[in-house]
Ligand binder design. Structure first.
Ligand code: PGA
Length: 248
């Protein structure tokens, strides 16, 4: 399976920064088309940059949102529906990112409702799970990750529409990535849990690692069994670093 190299731009940059970054990414891929043999690319800009970014993208880079509403339509001020994302040509949506779980108290149930909406609207979900530092130190990684997975995945989840991102909270934006051995243990665990939860094709679901991925550590992370790509924050804001990770 190809690696998915996914950029989560978070709440960064102006419209002109987003356009420039998109143009740089497209140009880098055009200069190194061999990268497409082993990688699929995705960028997830802020909502209001989706359409202008889409205008600069070529078919080889997919577009995604960073969140969506758990509701389908109507009086939900500030929300953006999954159908609206789809209508903006998004193919993916990131759900349950630890920043949303932390700052907006998003529960597994909320993530599941959003994922159901996303699947019903024809979007693929990237469902984020991961433990905090305290939970890791208390030896609760499998408990936490197992529960998040069991409670966040909707009944609509299938091999074709679901990606899992394992992002240990303590590794996000800290420069402190998990070790290959830690990543291997959790990714193997997630793979086996998926096998219990999804009837067909659980082995085809991509499991991304996220948390301080950069060109200098990407090769060792991608060498880990059951790592099928990366969800990249900080390093996705520079085309050179984003593509440097794919080159690894
Ligand atoms: P980071 O963020 O690469 O900046 O650690 C990853 C993420 O939040 O998805």
């Amino acid at each position: 399976m190809k690696n998915l190299i996914a950029g989560n731009w978070k709440m960064n940059g102006s419209l002109s920064d987003a356009i420039k970054l998109t143009q740089d990414i497209v140009e880098c891929i055009q200069e190194s088309p061999q990268l497409l043999e082993k990688n699929d690319f995705l960028v997830c800009p802020p909502f209001h940059h989706l359409i202008p970014v889409q205008g600069e993208l070529t078919a080889v880079v997919a577009l995604g949102g960073q969140d969506c509403s758990p509701f389908d339509n109507g009086a939900y001020t500030g929300d953006v529906s999954a159908a609206m994302l789809k209508d903006s040509n998004a193919e993916y949506v990131i759900l349950g990112h630890s920043e949303r779980r932390t700052y907006y108290s998003e529960s597994n149930l909320m993530v599941k409702q959003k994922a159901m909406m996303a699947n019903e609207s024809g979007l693929k979900t990237i469902i984020c799970i991961g433990e905090t530092e305290e939970e890791r130190e208390a030896g609760k990684v499998e408990d936490v990750v197992g529960r998040q997975l069991a409670e966040s995945l909707p009944e609509t989840a299938a091999a074709e529409n679901t990606v899992i991102a394992y992002e240990p909270v303590w590794a996000i934006g800290t420069g402190k990535s998990a070790t290959p051995a830690d990543i291997a243990a959790v990714h193997d665990f997630i793979r086996s849990e998926l096998g219990q939860k999804i009837e067909e094709g659980a082995d085809k679901i991509r499991i991304l690692y996220g948390g301080s991925v950069k060109p200098s550590n990407a090769a060792e992370i991608f060498a880990v069994n059951n790592v099928n790509g990366a969800l990249i924050g900080g390093a996705s804001l520079k085309a050179e670093d984003f593509l440097g990770i794919a080159r690894a």
